[in-house]
Design a protein around this ligand. Structure first.
Ligand code: GLN
Length: 488
């Protein structure tokens, strides 16, 4: 048995039977990080002592008879995107502007993970303030795709996906504003779910675009993803957009029976622009679903073509407002100036990277008087039309099925000079954020040369995570892709 290769399901069984201790599991992750992270660069900060302390506390609880029935993740090491507030730990959002900021409190997701007994350790790399699709926009250097170090892991939660796939942790928690959980999961070959807007609390998560941001887990298989989601989901009075809906037993709901399930193939997502090998792997996945008993129907989402433009107006508008708080006065680094205005300019000019500045400028523009109606209000109206498309489609079918990304992981540097090309990598993932619905990505095959993972996306009804995970699980159990492990 190689400890760092285990799934969360396997690890919790071994922790429960005392075959393995949480300290051993944590040490296995730390050894693995020492062995591979100089090549991957997933971790941007790591408090080993704190991690081992949490693991020892979990072992002590296990020794006293604590069980995984009450604490589902007891003793399981989980990494966190650098966007979550953990008391007395850094949270940089992969930016320089936060300097040596330490969070004064635990965010709600962190509290929930702690209540579930997880050992939360390490802050993993991301695009600065979650803006990007490749984890190249980081002040801490780029993260490499474990399948091919010259390629990107996707983004913005690229450090989460890479750390899961490189077996440096057993699962990871990321955020998804326009695809940032699903796109890196697809490009690295793990499972990731973006829950319905309101399903998981955003309290203690550094905000990018508040009407789109949602927290979600990434892991090696559907079971583990379901287990992590169960631990972090639920109403939180500290987030006014969090919904007081009951959290189902996601793991208990996993089932391989797809009888009566209808999947919709959105015709606007297919055809032009998809890499031919990705298309044929996707087609095979659709046939697999048919073989498993699902009924496939072509459906239409007529406003799909406006998704990327709508997203990049709304997300930048919200970002320009949210990021105003990083002014050198309240948090992190300060670059002095002769007057307050110069202080703001110097701090923000030096602290933010190019992509973040581009978004702030775009967002300020679309919100400025004279342009507000033409851009921002119009984009809100198109958002409603996209939502209507989804509502109508999801009345006819249980879930939509698409490739997660039109291509496999691209080479580092390939799209950095062309923001529009970079933005287009979100073309299949963005509508799910605009509509607030849930979406999962799971591996559905590998290209032959080079060998790179391909992701399948399933988009479900609001608060339909349980159904969505079940549909994903049935496919996963019938295919070998989740068992592939990278050689590093
Ligand atoms: N790639 C998208 C962007 O750059 C999505 C990012 C995200 O989901 N955080 O905005």
């Amino acid at each position: 048995m190689i400890l760092h290769e285990l799934t969360i399901g396997e690890l919790t069984a071994k922790l429960a039977s005392k075959e393995v201790s949480s300290r051993e599991a944590m040490l296995a992750c730390l050894d693995r990080i020492d062995a591979v992270d100089n090549r991957i660069n997933a971790f941007i900060s790591l408090d080993r002592e704190d991690a081992l302390g949490q693991a020892e506390a979990a072992d002590a609880a296990l020794a006293k008879g604590a069980s995984h029935n009450e604490q589902s993740l007891l003793g399981v090491p989980v990494s966190l995107k650098d966007i979550f507030c953990v008391k007395n730990q850094p949270a940089n959002c992969a930016s320089k502007i936060l300097g040596d900021f330490l969070s004064p409190y635990d965010g709600s997701v962190v509290q929930k993970l702690k209540q579930a007994g997880a050992v939360i350790f390490g802050r993993v790399n991301m695009d600065e303030f979650a803006m990007g699709s490749s984890t190249e926009n980081s002040a801490f250097g780029r993260t490499c795709n474990p399948w091919d170090l010259e390629r990107v892991p996707g983004g913005s939660s690229g450090g989460c996906a890479a750390s899961v796939v490189a077996q440096e942790c057993f699962g990871s928690i990321g955020t998804d504003t326009g695809g940032s959980i699903r796109q890196p999961s697809a490009l690295c070959g793990c499972v990731g779910i973006k829950p319905t807007y309101g399903r998981v609390s955003r309290f203690g998560v550094i905000a990018f675009a508040s009407s789109l941001d949602q927290v979600g887990p990434m892991a090696r298989n559907v079971h583990d993803t379901a287990a992590l989601l169960g631990a972090i989901a639920g109403h939180d009075p500290k987030d006014s957009t969090s919904v007081p809906a009951e959290v189902p037993d996601y793991v208990g709901g996993l089932d391989v029976n797809l009888d009566g399930i209808k999947l919709g193939l959105p015709k606007e997502f297919l055809g032009a622009g998809i890499d031919p090998e990705v298309q044929s792997i996707f087609d095979a996945a659709v046939r697999q679903y048919e073989a498993l008993g699902a009924e496939i129907q072509e459906i239409s989402l007529p406003h799909t073509e406006y998704g990327v433009a709508t997203y990049y107006i709304l997300a930048t508008a919200e970002a320009s407002a949210n990021l105003a708080r990083f002014d050198g006065v309240r948090y992190g680094d300060r670059v002095e100036g002769d007057d307050p205005f110069a202080l703001y300019c110097n701090t923000r000019g030096k602290g933010f990277g190019d992509e973040v500045k581009r978004r702030i400028i775009l967002g300020t523009y679309v919100l400025s008087s004279g342009y507000y109606d033409a851009y921002y209000i119009r984009a809100q109206k198109v958002r409603s039309l996209i939502k209507q498309d989804f509502d109508q489609a999801l009345e006819k079918v249980d879930a939509l099925i698409t490739p997660t990304v039109p291509y496999t992981a691209f080479k580092a540097g390939e799209k950095t000079d062309d923001p529009l090309q970079m933005y287009l990598s979100d073309i299949f993932t963005i509508s799910c954020n605009l509509t607030g619905t849930c979406g999962v990505s799971l591996p559905c095959g590998f290209t032959s040369s080079p060998k790179l993972p391909v992701g399948l996306q399933l988009l479900g009804k609001p608060f339909g995570e349980q159904e969505l995970l079940k549909i994903a699980y049935a496919y996963e159990q019938a295919t070998p892709w989740h068992k592939e492990r990278v050689m590093l």
